[in-house]
Every structure is written in C-alpha cells, then in structure tokens.
Design a protein around this ligand. Structure first.
Ligand code: AMP
Ligand code: ZN
Length: 114
C-alpha cells in the first residue's frame, strides 16, 4: 500500500533491521525499543489493524503467532517470559496503521499497562 511505512520496509524501499522473513511475515527491530528485545512482527499483506481481519486471515494469524513463539525461543526470552502486544486503533495506542505484533522481552512488565 502506497505511503505505508511498514509496506515500504517489506518492499525494501526504506531500511529495517530485519531478523526474520518468510512468504507471509516479516520481523524487524523496533526503531524505538521499549525493552532489551523489541521486535515487530508484521504481515506482508497490508491489513490496517486487528479490527480489519476476517475469516480469510485465520491461517495467516495462526502462522504469525507461531513465528512469534519461535522468535522468542531464538532470542532467549521464552523461558523467563515475554509480552506480545497488538495496539489497535486510536484508544489502543496504534500509531502505524499496518497490523503488527510487538514482541517484547528481556525485562519484567507491569500489569495493567498504561
Ligand atoms: P504502534 O504504536 O503499536 O502502532 O507501534 C508502532 C511501532 O513502530 C513503534 O514502536 C515505533 O517505534 C515503530 N516504528 C515506527 N517506524 C519504524 C521504522 N521505520 N522501523 C522500525 N520501527 C518503527
Ligand atoms: Zn502497509
């Protein structure tokens, strides 16, 4: 999608510190990390947010969660624990309108979130 920064990272039009890629997903380091491990895992398909997904995206959403689980193991944060965040819409704190999963780890997180 034109003018979407995450689509541009997928297309290699702007740089990203890519840590994983397959046919359906891309994972890269967050430019403003909030934890020692902060990776964004995105669908290559442009979906604006979790509010936009449908039945047709069921397989993709299952796949992306497996990718996240595997990345967490590879990054050494699986045993101690980690947090996966999908900010959705204005009140959810979403700033980039392309579906992305934050994988955060390497420190303790509080609950409830701010
Ligand atoms: P959200 O607020 O949930 O929409 O998250 C957007 C995230 O994208 C933020 O954590 C930003 O730091 C991150 N971000 C924005 N632009 C880039 C970029 N060019 N490369 C990597 N991360 C980015
Ligand atoms: Zn996009």
């Amino acid at each position: 999608m034109a003018d979407c920064i995450f689509c541009k990272i997928v297309a290699r039009e702007i740089p990203g510190e890519i840590v994983y890629e397959d046919d359906e997903t891309l994972a890269f380091k967050d430019i403003n990390p909030q934890a020692p491990v902060h990776i964004l895992v995105i669908t290559k398909k442009h979906l604006a947010s979790l509010a936009e997904v449908g039945e047709a995206d069921k397989g993709l959403l299952g796949h992306i969660n497996l990718v996240i689980s595997r990345l967490a193991r590879e990054k050494g944060i699986s045993e101690k624990g980690y947090r996966v965040v999908v900010n959705t819409g204005a009140e959810g704190g979403q700033t980039v309108p392309h579906l992305h999963f934050h994988l955060l780890g390497g420190r303790s997180f509080k609950w409830p979130p701010g």
